[in-house]
Design a protein around this ligand. Structure first.
Ligand code: PEP
Length: 252
């Protein structure tokens, strides 16, 4: 099996002011520096306006920086939006695209998510493409269908393991304290990898990191991160406290 380096990614969503961002990012960077060699990579994705503060706070550490979204276009009349080039320019290496909150709050379709992912990749960012079923879809037995069609529709053709990470985030598990069983998570991740292989080839799919997201925390992280096709986590709530996020990373 191909070795995939575990990625522990924090999605701060719309939380905190600049002092909080500085303290959180700085605290994590200190822990990473003090730890020396570790068997995981860490990424923080603050609100766009906090990116410069966080970039300064993590400087000199191996902490990586990402945006929570980017526009599909390079520039122009898109009030309030951030381009992938702007994220790159501000020091980001990653951009989350297609988070379920954006799919819901902003009506983003697979087609839009795919265009955003392509823009991220074209600007030298790794696109963290989020997919996942709602509770109603799960109850209707459609979990695999939904995730399969989101992979087909949201991942740009020609994506590679170097410019793409997939985050499987069951919508009903986000911020609820509920998670699928470990067996369910593993089954969906293996299915996602197989679907990805249809799109980008088996060799690249085998190297692509597939993160689990949805109420991952210091208590359940070890079990989830040990699953064969789980290559890290995309963490919301538990990424907002230094000790919690560090404890999740330490579970890798
Ligand atoms: C998320 O929204 O990406 C997420 C996984 O949130 P939480 O960890 O709070 O469920």
């Amino acid at each position: 099996m191909t070795a995939r380096r575990t990625l522990i990614a924090g999605n701060w969503k719309m939380n905190g002011l600049s002092a909080d961002a500085k303290a959180l990012a700085g605290g994590l960077a200190e822990k990473l520096k003090a730890a020396g060699e570790v068997n995981f990579e860490m990424l923080v994705c603050p609100p766009a306006i906090m990116i410069p503060v966080v970039a300064a706070a993590i400087s000199g550490s191996t902490m990586q920086l990402g945006g929570q979204d980017n526009h599909m276009n390079e520039k122009g009349a898109h009030t309030g939006d951030t381009s992938a080039a702007m994220l790159k320019d501000a020091g980001c290496g990653y951009a989350i695209v297609g988070h379920s909150e954006r799919r819901t709050d902003h009506g983003e379709s697979d087609e839009v998510v795919k265009a955003k992912a392509a823009a991220a990749q074209a600007n030298g960012l790794v696109a963290v493409v989020c997919i996942g079923e709602t509770e109603a879809q799960r109850d209707a037995g459609k979990t695999l269908d939904v995730n399969g069609s989101q992979i087909a529709g949201s991942v740009p053709d020609g994506s590679t393991s170097a410019n793409t990470v997939i985050a499987y985030e069951p919508v009903w598990a986000i911020g609820t304290g509920r998670t699928p069983t470990s067996a369910e998570v593993q089954d969906v991740h293996a299915f996602i990898r197989a679907e990805l292989a249809k799109k980008i080839g088996q060799a690249e799919a085998d190297k692509t990191r597939i993160l689990y997201g949805g109420s991952m925390n210091p208590k359940n992280a070890k079990e989830l991160l040990a699953l064969a096709d789980v290559d890290g986590g995309l963490i919301g709530g538990a990424s907002l406290k230094v000790d919690d996020f560090w404890a999740v990373a330490q579970s890798a």
